[in-house]
Ligand binder design. Structure first.
Ligand code: ASP
Length: 342
């Protein structure tokens, strides 16, 4: 790290930059320049920090695919001039955004670190300062003149995770995220401990490709005891629907009732893709292990393996937006593209 290392902060909104409206008590976004004034410590970090802000910072519950395109384009516009990127983002949908960006930024060879906080930066007990400062330090890590992290990460409460492996698991604890199926990439204690063996391998000098076409004709369908044929039909008959993330039980199991199997079969005949993802937070789909997943296997449902729902739905948007042929769709979905699955 040195003053010649340049980091770009991309401020999209979220609690990290919010203030309390003392009349209503609600948190709302505020001016990013004021945010930086609240952290004089930033001037002590041994790198140059520039910033870009969304014109209208948002609570991340309002994030849309257009915002993802905006983030990708900001990174693309500054890719040659900056060594790393820190995206300040609300925690509510951060795992979706980090997953989406991991697909949108093909051949990424620089760090893109998502972070935010549970308490606003001006709060006495805020977690924002540590999250922000350490994210910048991680984004600035270099070895032999090259960035150490060359992928989209998510830093929260002393751990950097691969972004597309994370899920928000707690609305209150500072430790708001988990990555159940992949270990942390970096841990922050007295020193930063980088687990090099878990990082995505260095990219050969390929040009960054930014994908901005995302297809949102997708849906997440979570099974539950009592889920019925009427609801299934209503969802599968949604106009223009192209793919479904089916959140199944345990290792990818679903009821063996004929209306479910027939309904899925009919939808697949129409050209819909069905992705089997477990609703458990950890572990993997193993189709065929039980009788209750055997019929899904026979149907040639796509195996989501150990992917998170967030990484699955955004992978669908990215692949459908890339016009992958339907013949190769299953194979490509089942292949790890950015380290998002085993
Ligand atoms: N509602 C906020 C958001 O996601 C929560 C946070 O920032 O952590 O924007």
């Amino acid at each position: 790290m040195s003053k010649t290392t340049k980091i770009l902060l991309v401020y999209t909104g979220g609690t990290i930059g919010m203030v309390k409206d003392y009349e209503t008590g609600a948190l709302k976004a505020f001016n990013f320049k004021k945010l930086l004034k609240n952290i004089p410590e930033l001037t002590q970090i041994d790198c140059q920090i520039d910033s870009v802000s969304f014109d209208d910072p948002i609570d991340s519950s309002n994030i849309s695919t257009l915002h993802w395109v905006e983030i990708a384009q900001i990174i693309e516009a500054h890719y040659e001039t900056h060594d790393g990127f820190v995206v300040l983002h609300g925690s509510d949908t951060m795992s979706y955004s980090a997953s989406a960006l991991s697909y949108m930024l093909e051949n990424l060879a620089k760090p893109v670190i998502f972070t935010g906080s549970q308490l606003p930066i001006g709060d006495l007990r805020t977690d924002a300062k540590e999250n922000l400062i350490t994210s910048i330090q991680i984004a600035a890590l270099q070895k032999n003149g090259r960035p150490v992290i060359q992928e989209v990460g998510l830093y929260f409460e002393y751990k950097l995770y691969r972004g597309n492996r994370t899920t928000k698991i707690n609305a209150e604890h500072f430790e708001a995220f988990a990555s159940m199926n992949y270990p942390p990439l970096v841990e922050s204690g007295v020193h930063l401990k980088v687990y090099h063996e878990y990082l995505l391998p260095r990219k050969r000098a390929k040009k960054l490709l930014v994908h901005t076409v995302l297809d949102d004709n997708v849906v997440i369908l979570k099974l539950f005891p009592g889920f019925n044929a009427k609801t299934l039909t209503a969802v599968l008959d949604t106009p223009d629907l192209k793919a479904v993330v089916l959140e199944t039980y345990g290792a990818g199991n679903a009821p063996t009732e004929s209306w479910l199997v027939e309904g899925l079969k009919k939808a697949m005949k129409k050209g819909l893709f069905i992705i089997n993802v477990t609703q458990c937070s950890g572990g993997s789909v193993i189709m065929g292990q039980y009788e209750t997943s055997e019929q899904l296997k026979k149907l040639q449902v796509v195996n989501g393996k150990d992917i998170t729902t967030e990484a699955a739905i955004t992978k669908l948007m990215y692949l459908l937006g890339s016009n992958i042929s339907s013949k190769t769709f299953k194979t490509i979905f089942e292949t790890p593209l950015r380290g998002e699955m085993e």
